[in-house]
Design a protein around this ligand. Structure first.
Ligand code: NAD
Length: 354
């Protein structure tokens, strides 16, 4: 089990260090884990003039899985677009062909008051959004801004999916549903967009291979509404790149706290990059107050999806549940009556619970 560890910028090194403590414990337990660290983002730019240094990409290519902290800092905002930290992230995702983005939105009952929605609407929420990450209108050609004959400018983007692209993301969603509550909701706009009419047809066809899974369809406008109205109706939601971009951010906010949300991006062989959903939080970097749980939960996803080691994934997730139940909170999720801990204190609590 070879893991490339890329801490990145801002709070990245602090939160990743807590996940590494978990890995060290598993190693001490006898798990055959190998880890190697490399620079990415602003840290890569500072050291090698490139937000994704060649050595980092090579390491990521050779590893079975990648654990990433976060990239970015306001101080790099004036750099040319090509060498900005975020560019390193896009390049590694594309270079490793990570087409399937998995974003769970899970609300721990003890944190229900952190959501802006009523506790009874969100308590017990456990939703997985599967978003296609390498196609759709974000990549379709033709695209651009051109000047028409009458001198007026026109902007063009192209929504485009072929059958095999739809089928492979559909398979990811159905396979995940088989390990959960066996429900897939496919989100499209088939009443208006032919691309997504094809999407729906392919999903219906694919469902024949998964007779145990209940497939439903929802138009994206309705899905946006239902996520707020009754989010617990969903188990796995699968959708294209642009709809998924918007809906996954909406879903993440149902849980109220960005510091708790992991993510995975997978290729066709379940190799993956695992990272918290949040950014590098430069406003709190270096203070040892960031919440490391999204990163630790990303590690749990790595064991579940890349290493197919459900027992270890469960073990890590249960340790997180236990520290939450014990009342440990970093500043972002702290409420009266709970115990405020630092970033490293939270890491230590998870290790103790493990
Ligand atoms: P952000 O997610 O970094 O921070 C938003 C807010 O949430 C901040 O107030 C921050 O303090 C807080 N926050 C984030 N993670 C937290 C944690 N683990 N614990 C406690 N509080 C946390 O988003 P931003 O401020 O818009 O962006 C900051 C930088 O991060 C930018 O350079 C941006 O480009 C980059 N970014 C990177 C990624 C990534 O690496 N995947 C994603 C989003 C943004």
């Amino acid at each position: 089990m070879k893991i490339a560890v890329l801490p990145g910028d801002g709070i990245g090194p602090e939160i990743v260090a807590q996940a590494v403590k978990v890995l060290s414990l598993l190693q001490a337990d006898g798990m055959p884990l190998e880890t190697e660290q490399a620079l990415i983002g602003g840290a890569g730019y500072e050291a090698a003039g490139d937000p994704l240094p060649e050595a980092t990409f090579k390491l990521a290519q050779q590893a079975d899985a990648v654990l990433l902290g976060a990239v970015g800092d306001w101080k790099y905002d004036s750099l040319p677009r090509d060498v900005r930290p975020e560019r390193g992230l896009l390049r590694i995702r594309k270079g490793l062909n990570l087409f399937a983005n998995l974003r769970p939105a899970l609300l721990y009952p003890e944190l229900a008051s952190a959501s802006t929605l009523k506790p009874e609407v969100v308590a017990g929420l456990d939703l997985m959004i599967v978003r296609e990450l390498t196609g759709d209108i974000y990549f379709g050609q033709p695209r651009g801004i051109s000047t028409l004959e009458n001198g007026e400018r026109e902007g063009v983007n192209t929504m485009r999916y072929n059958e095999s692209e739809i089928r492979r993301i559909g398979r990811v969603a159905f396979d995940i549903a088989m390990k959960r509550n066996k429900k897939v909701c496919s989100v499209d706009k088939a009443n208006v967009l032919e691309t997504t009419e094809l999407w729906r047809q392919v999903m219906i066809d694919l469902a024949k291979d998964y007779p145990e899974v209940e497939l439903s369809h929802m138009y994206v406008d309705n899905a946006a509404m239902q996520l707020i109205r009754a989010p617990k109706q969903f188990d796995v939601m699968v959708t294209g790149n642009i709809f998924g971009d918007i809906l996954s951010d909406e879903a993440s906010m149902l849980t109220g706290s960005i510091g708790m949300l992991p993510s995975a991006s997978l290729d066709e062989n379940n190799k993956g990059m695992y990272e918290p959903s949040h950014g590098s939080a430069p406003d709190i970097a270096g203070k040892d107050i960031a919440n490391p749980l999204a990163t630790i939960l990303s590690l749990a996803m790595m064991f579940r999806y890349t290493f197919a080691d459900m027992a270890t994934a469960d073990r890590i997730e249960n340790a997180v549940k236990r520290v939450i139940a014990q009342g440990y909170r970093t500043g972002d999720i702290w409420t009266e009556g709970t115990t405020r801990v630092s970033c490293s204190g939270m890491g230590d609590a998870v290790v103790a619970a493990l």
